[in-house]
Design a protein around this ligand. Structure first.
Ligand code: ADP
Length: 744
């Protein structure tokens, strides 16, 4: 009922008035004549009531407030309650809405109505379904639609009701039937599932495992096909992007020949297409699988502009002696192939390196055997001549000179090899110390002067442009670099030639640093254009000793270059054959202020610097070595004592008074007690003065490791054999507290 259909208030009032008149009777007895005022509205209300009374459905009006009194109920309503009269109805329902509704449904109905009226769309209508108790006790189900109206006499509800008892019963019956059917179907379904499970259990033990195994094994394949060469059909079981033109599944079969045409044309690398076309030809497959169960072909595809390695594997799944039923699997093998290729590359590089190393070793051995043989021949030959002519002083003196020069050459070779080995094994360390560049140059000059004089070469030094002479650098390495280069200049200069060594000083960006250039220039034989590129390579010589008559190892410049690199410097060579060569060594060095003690170094080369004679204990098991060292040191003005193994030396020191021995020269390899043990024993002596006597290792083992071990055992320094007295003097001077000894 909407607003337009709402009854006029006056009509409602009249209806209610009429209804009230017949409180105890049916509306049929209402007499219009009894009404005081027969207005138009009263007439309408009367007719409406007549109409409502005859309605097939129940209709009643009740008050919304108070005890919800029933103001009107039609005939159908009275019938629904199985009452004879309206009065019976009013009595049965206690004439209130609460008496209409079954007590068990009352709370729910009340709540539902108030909810609809407060929250509903119209807020004036409600719908409810509730049970009623008929007179006689039967329960019926009513479907009610209520409408709320505000009248002059208060709030009222019109309610239309319909007895839906049979309808609901029918519906319940149908629902039950439906549920029963559902239950039946569910039972049937369960039966089928049960049977299916039973069937599954029958295949599970063998077949299922096989299916699962095949599925598992084929996982790494992106595309899998089953083909029959006899019928020329192929079915896809798994398809990846490159084969998306095909369809997969039980029912999709394709022609085998040409199944991969799109794959080859659109995906395969152009260089591998021909190969792949041939591989899937039935004749080729039959031939390949005639003896083997499977074969594979690796090929490349291009995906997203990237080359990827793929593998096609073909397997004969039919009888061994007849090839028709085959499996084809395509898988990505990019990671494996790339790894294999990398490994192959690593192996190839290792092989190249090994070959190079082997070649270098062979070259080294052949060079060494040649370079050793030459001076050795001289030593052996001149020694036997010496023996023959013992009485001939003139001859023997010449022979001894020859032997001495050959020995020097051998020693040089040995030192060079040791040095190269040390640098190339990465063991060379930079040991920076204070140094006077002039001294370094003088030292090299004085060492090479005798040889220069024999060739009548003018060897000159030029420091005129040197501003700072005191620097901090690795002096030993600097000496080696310059010695090799100046030595070469003298060696390869012509007789009567000229060799100049000029030291230049330039600015360096680094604070307190300068860039020093040592320019060594000769007017000798020069270096050929082809050879100059190989000049720093080990054992490389433009002409060997036999051809040139000039002895050498081919290692000097290798050492010079390696050491220069270590000091962050460079070596440049300019040369013209027949005119001479210029070697420029450029090195950055830290500049230092000169100290008043510097001049002592020059004096240190002279052992007579010591005011009181110094006593040295020489420890060596080799009598000849002992004898030589003894003589050399005595000649140099030292007092000498000897011990033939480490244990004797320890005893001698233990029993000495502090200051008796100034220094110990210790051999390393000795019977009973070696040099390392003897040093440790001396360092452990209870007398602290004796325990700190300087000990210098003198050993043929001159590798870096040997030096390291010597220092670790407690020795102060290491000198290679044979003993270089100049070096020894410097060392003694360094190790002993000489300040009081220096002669004024
Ligand atoms: P070595 O001098 O012992 O042969 P180096 O490594 O010092 O070995 O020199 C390598 C080669 O370079 C020499 O054999 C020689 O052919 C060439 N060479 C080096 N310095 C000069 C130079 N000043 N003049 C001419 N040739 C030189």
């Amino acid at each position: 009922m909407n607003n337009q259909m709402e009854l006029d208030h006056n009509i409602i009032e009249d209806w209610l008035f009429l209804a009230h008149q017949s409180q105890s009777d049916t509306q049929e007895n209402i007499n219009l004549d009894n009404t005081s005022e027969k207005s138009q509205n009263t007439v309408i209300a009367y007719h409406l009531m007549q109409f409502a009374d005859k309605m097939p459905g129940g209709f009643f009006i009740y008050r919304g407030d108070g005890n919800q009194e029933i103001l009107y109920a039609n005939h159908a309503m009275v019938d629904i309650f199985n009452c004879e009269t309206l009065a019976e109805f009013r009595e049965w329902t206690k004439n209130c809405f609460g008496g209409i509704v079954h007590p068990d449904d009352w709370d729910a109905v009340k709540q539902s109505i108030s909810k609809q009226l407060t929250e509903g769309q119209t807020k004036t209508d409600y719908e409810a379904e509730y049970r009623i108790i008929q007179k006689g006790g039967f329960i019926r189900q009513l479907d009610a639609t209520g409408h709320f109206v505000r009248s002059k006499t208060g709030n009222i509800f019109y309610v239309f009701v319909k007895d839906v008892t049979e309808k609901r019963e029918l519906e319940n019956l149908e629902r039950e039937r439906y549920l029963q059917t559902l239950k039946q179907n569910e039972g049937q379904l369960n039966d089928r599932i049960h049977k299916y499970h039973q069937a599954l259990q029958v295949i599970h033990p063998e077949h299922l495992r096989r299916l699962e195994t095949i599925e598992g094994l084929s996982l790494e394949y992106d595309s899998i096909f089953y083909a029959n060469l006899d019928t020329n059909r192929i079915k896809a079981y798994r398809l990846s992007a490159p084969f998306s033109g095909l369809t997969s599944g039980e029912r999709s079969s394709h022609e085998f020949e040409g199944f991969d045409t799109d794959y080859i044309n659109n995906w395969v690398h152009p260089e591998d297409r021909k190969l792949l076309v041939g591989v899937t030809k039935p004749d080729f497959i039959r031939k390949k699988l005639a003896h083997d169960k499977t074969f594979h072909i690796n090929h490349r595809i291009i995906m997203n502009e990237k080359t990827i390695y793929m593998q096609l594997r073909v397997i004969n799944v039919g009888p061994n002696d007849y090839v028709s039923r085959i499996l084809l699997g395509y898988r990505n093998v990019d990671v494996e192939i790339v790894r294999e290729m990398k490994q192959a590359q690593i192996l190839q590089e290792a092989l190249n390196e090994a070959t190079l190393a082997n070649n270098a070793k062979n070259l080294f051995l052949s060079n060494m055997s040649h370079d050793i043989r030459t001076p050795m021949n001289a030593i052996v030959g001149f020694t036997s001549l010496l023996q023959k002519h013992v009485g001939d002083t003139q001859r023997t003196s010449n022979y001894l000179d020859m032997i001495s020069s050959a020995s020097d050459q051998l020693l040089q070779l040995l030192n060079d090899v040791l040095e190269v080995s040390c640098i190339e094994s990465g063991k060379g360390q930079i040991e920076n110390s204070k140094c006077n560049l002039q001294d370094v140059m003088y030292q090299i000059h004085s060492a090479l002067l005798p040889r220069a004089r024999t060739k009548n070469i003018d060897l000159s030094l030029d420091f005129s442009e040197l501003k700072h002479t005191m620097v901090c650098t690795d002096v030993h390495k600097l000496e080696q670099i310059l010695s090799h280069i100046v030595d070469n200049a003298v060696k390869y200069a012509n007789k009567g030639g000229l060799v100049t060594v000029k030291v230049l000083e330039q600015e360096n960006d680094k604070e307190n640093y300068a860039t020093y250039q040592f320019v060594v220039k000769d007017n000798g034989i020069g270096i050929g254009k082809d050879f100059i590129h190989h000049i720093f390579e080990p054992f490389e010589r433009e002409q060997n000793t036999t051809m040139s008559g000039i002895a050498g190892t081919g290692l000097g410049l290798t050492i010079a270059k390696d050491l220069t690199d270590m000091l962050d410097g460079t070596i440049e060579v300019l040369s013209t054959v027949g005119e001479g060569s210029t070697f420029t060594v450029t090195l950055p060095m830290q500049i230092l202020e000169p100290s008043p003690m510097e001049d002592i170094w020059e004096a240190a080369e002279n052992p007579s610097i010591f005011a009181t004679p110094r006593r040295i204990l020489i420890v060596d098991d080799n009598e000849i070595n002992l004898e030589i060292e003894n003589e050399v040191l005595k000649d140099a003005g030292f007092l000498v004592d000897t011990a033939t193994d480490g244990s004797i030396a320890v005893e001698k020191v233990r029993q000495s008074t502090p200051g008796f021995y100034d220094l110990i020269l210790m051999d390393i390899q000795m019977p009973i007690m070696d040099g390392y043990h003897a040093t440790r024993a001396i360092r452990a002596l209870s007398n602290p003065e004796l325990a700190k006597i300087p000990i210098v290792a003198v050993s043929a083992n001159a590798f870096y490791e040997d030096k390291k071990m010597a220092l670790e055992s407690g020795m102060n320094a290491h000198l290679p054999k044979p003993l270089d007295t100049t070096l020894l003097y410097k060392l003694i001077h360094k190790l002993l507290d000489h300040t009081n000894d220096v002669k004024e």
